[in-house]
Structure formats: structure tokens, C-alpha cells
Design a protein. Structure first.
Length: 67
């Protein structure tokens, strides 16, 4: 998959996740918990963006526009 815009915000479902064989290669329970946790965080951030950064401070909302 080639991306034409490196700054495009990807939906959580467009991002890489480990497949079952990669999950089986993890050494401990902590490593196995990370991929599902990261996915949950990605979903929460995507929802937050869709809601126009609801409950974020004015300073935090301005940060991405300043860089």
C-alpha cells in the first residue's frame, strides 16, 4: 500500500496490527496485551478527533496548527 500523503491521518483500521502468528511469537503476557491496548487507544483518539477535540484546552487544540 502506497501513501501519497505522509501527513494523512489514518483510521485505526488502516494501521498495521500483528497477525496471530506474530502474536504467538510474543514472549510474555505484557507483550500480548500491547496490540489490543494500542488499538483501543487509536479508536479513542479517532473518536476524539471526530468530536473536534472535545474537552481539550484551547492551547492543546492550537498545537497541531503551529507546526
Amino acid at each position: 500500500m502506497k501513501f501519497s500523503d505522509p501527513f494523512k491521518i489514518l483510521s485505526p483500521n488502516e494501521r498495521w496490527v500483528p497477525n496471530q502468528s506474530q502474536m504467538d511469537a510474543f514472549q510474555n503476557a505484557y507483550e500480548k496485551l500491547l496490540p489490543p491496548l494500542v488499538y483501543k487507544i487509536r479508536l479513542a483518539v479517532a473518536k476524539w478527533r471526530e468530536e473536534n477535540y472535545n474537552e481539550a484546552s484551547a492551547a492543546l487544540v492550537r498545537v497541531p496548527t503551529n507546526y
